[in-house]
Design a protein. Structure first.
Length: 212
């Protein structure tokens, strides 16, 4: 007889483990002052990152009154429980499940709670390290700047069978988190070609940020 463990229970169990693991990491944060700027936070930024780099980033900003866009999948349910246990608000939905309605809901959540959101721009299922339109569309809807963030891990277990090649940094390893400068995007919600150009531009910025 197979036991089915509720995703929320799995998430609750993981929270203290994530906090403990994160405490061992040697974090170096670059350009953090820009990220912490009150004027930027007042503009409710859309903070973008790659799906495989979330582990060192999420606990490093726990309990800082931020929100994350999380997919509606079973894995998303576990992640939402972990994030909420770490002090984040969550907005359920993604550009692949729920489509435009999920992004409109995220925009309303940002306005209602006066929060920016964290968005994995290649999630929830890839392609890996390819910026998809969801975050660009949301930034346009909300009139928000986009802030790219990268986490480069010195030593990590890479899960090669996962679509994103998820990285789990080894305890006591060095992780460099680099915060990019805010990017104000032109409105491209009615121009698919321009939206694609903006996705490609953000992709280049993300790649350059990881190479610093």
């Amino acid at each position: 007889m197979r036991l089915s463990i509720p995703p929320r229970l799995i998430g609750a169990i993981l929270v203290p483990l994530v906090r403990l693991w994160a405490m061992t990491l040697r974090l170096e944060r670059r350009n953090l002052a820009v990220f912490k700027d009150p004027e930027l936070r007042a503009r409710r930024p859309v903070i973008i990152l790659w799906h495989d780099e979330i582990f060192p980033l999420i606990p490093s900003h726990s309990d800082e009154r931020m929100a994350c866009v999380v997919s509606q999948s079973k894995d998303g349910e576990i992640l939402a429980a972990v994030l909420e246990g770490l002090g984040y608000s969550t907005v359920r939905g993604s550009s692949s499940r729920g489509g435009v309605r999920a992004l409109i809901a995220a925009k309303r959540f940002m306005e209602a709670h006066d929060l920016g959101v964290i968005f994995t721009v290649d999630g929830p299922r890839g392609p890996r390290h390819k910026v998809k339109p969801g975050a660009v569309f949301l930034a346009n809807l909300a009139g928000s700047p986009v802030v790219p963030v990268r986490a480069v891990m010195e030593r990590a277990k890479v899960f090669h069978r996962a679509w994103d090649k998820f990285q789990l940094p080894w305890p006591f390893s060095r992780c460099v988190i680099t915060y990019g400068d805010p990017v104000d995007l032109p409105d491209c919600t009615r121009d698919p070609d321009e939206m694609q150009r903006q996705c490609e531009a953000l992709e280049r910025i993300m790649n350059e940020l990881g190479g610093r």
